[in-house]
Design a protein around this ligand. Structure first.
Ligand SMILES: Nc1ncnc2c1ncn2[C@@H]1O[C@H](COP(=O)(O)OP(=O)(O)OP(=O)(O)O)[C@@H](O)[C@H]1O
Ligand SMILES: [Mg+2]
Length: 335
């Protein structure tokens, strides 16, 4: 690989008509890094990944992937990367092994080497026993693992995964996470992943960029991102008889940083939540409110997202899963 960075992106932009899906995004990823883009529906994750993987031409800016410019040298870029798109693409009418073999043929890998690699990879993703069954009989998690194994057949230096665990049950999701962790252990592969799962970004990624409406709104390690917002805990109170006066009295407390309101609930970012909870409850009561429930949790990436955007990613999740699996933008569309 030429250059020192696995990915170097400068003000990359993609417009569709008058709408800007990706808006002057810049970032760099070192070799061997596990880097994540976290963002809600329509944030621009897929558009960005399609530009970085040469499937979509940027309308502005520049991206160098594996040492090659995506606009000037797309075929060189493709040789060095593996791409697992958002929608599942393995062929249901073929077996797992056949899917892998065809992919190896596309890359011109010789028969003996192909066979060896396919065997080893099927073993690695735990599909050796099911390799000769039709993919139509696989679970979603098995299919995802097959698709990850498949893009490793040509030994890419860089792996792009667009929402790799979308729609999987929690157990299958963990199996995919373990697999991805195992891949980066040697430090020889760089992973770029998009997700809207906080936990996924938090547990897997060394660094995370939070993206919303086509722009990066924060970037850093999960710990840095959390440290970058005020307070260290979130206290959620459900309050009967909630009034503006109650909210004002909470805002005046010295340990309180931010107060958000949703229906009957108040979301307070605070220092030392557990210790300060009684003080908060006292303030609500003194202003005439009744406490219906109270909870304290440490700030997470979800809270970082809410801090910067004023909205929650979680709300969008259910809607998306219903809609997504198997969907995707047809090849060549929007180029
Ligand atoms: N081919 C296209 N033509 C027109 N608009 C597009 C096209 N592809 C994407 N968009 C728009 O660009 C924006 C970003 O879409 P994109 O698919 O990149 O978001 P995303 O973050 O991947 O969302 P999701 O979480 O739903 O996968 C959206 O407003 C989308 O409607
Ligand atoms: Mg997408």
């Amino acid at each position: 690989m030429q250059g020192t960075k696995a990915i170097a992106v400068h003000e990359i932009t993609r417009k569709f008509g008058t709408a800007t899906a990706v808006d002057r995004i810049s970032f760099e990823v070192d070799r061997g890094e596990f880097f994540g883009f976290l963002g809600p529906n329509g944030a621009g994750k897929t558009t960005l990944i399609r530009m970085l993987t040469t499937l979509l031409v940027p309308t502005g800016g520049k991206a160098v992937v594996a040492g090659f410019d995506v606009a000037e040298d797309p075929s060189e870029v493709r040789k060095h990367i593996g791409v697992v798109p958002q929608a599942m693409t393995s062929d249901l009418d073929l077996t797992g092994r056949e899917n892998m073999d065809i992919y190896g043929r596309f890359y011109g890998i010789r028969a003996r080497q192909r066979k060896e690699r396919v065997e080893r990879l099927l073993e690695m993703v735990g599909l050796a026993q099911r390799a000769d069954d039709l993919v139509a009989t696989y679970s979603g998690g098995m299919r995802r693992r097959l698709e990850i194994a498949r893009v490793l057949v040509h030994r890419p230096e860089l792996l792009f995964l667009d929402e790799p665990t979308i729609g999987l049950d929690p157990q299958s999701r963990r199996v995919v996470w373990d697999l991805l962790r195992k891949l980066t252990e040697g430090g020889s592969i760089t992973i770029f992943l998009t997700t809207h799962y906080m936990e996924e970004a938090e547990t897997l990624c060394g660094r995370v960029a939070i993206i919303d409406a086509g722009r990066i709104i924060a970037m850093g390690s999960p710990a840095e991102l959390k440290a970058g917002i005020p307070g260290n805990d979130i206290i959620t109170l459900r309050v009967g008889g909630l009034t503006g006066e109650i909210v004002q009295s909470i805002k005046k407390l010295p340990f309180v940083h931010n107060v958000g309101m949703e229906d009957e609930s108040i979301r307070v970012s605070a220092d030392n939540g557990a210790e300060n909870l009684p003080g908060l409850i006292d303030a609500v009561r003194a202003s005439g409110g009744t406490i219906l429930s109270a909870s304290v949790h440490e700030q997470s990436l979800e809270d970082v997202f809410i801090h910067y955007t004023g909205k929650s990613i979680r709300e969008e999740e259910a809607r998306k899963i219903n809609f997504l699996v198997g969907a995707g933008i047809p090849r060549g569309f929007g180029r």
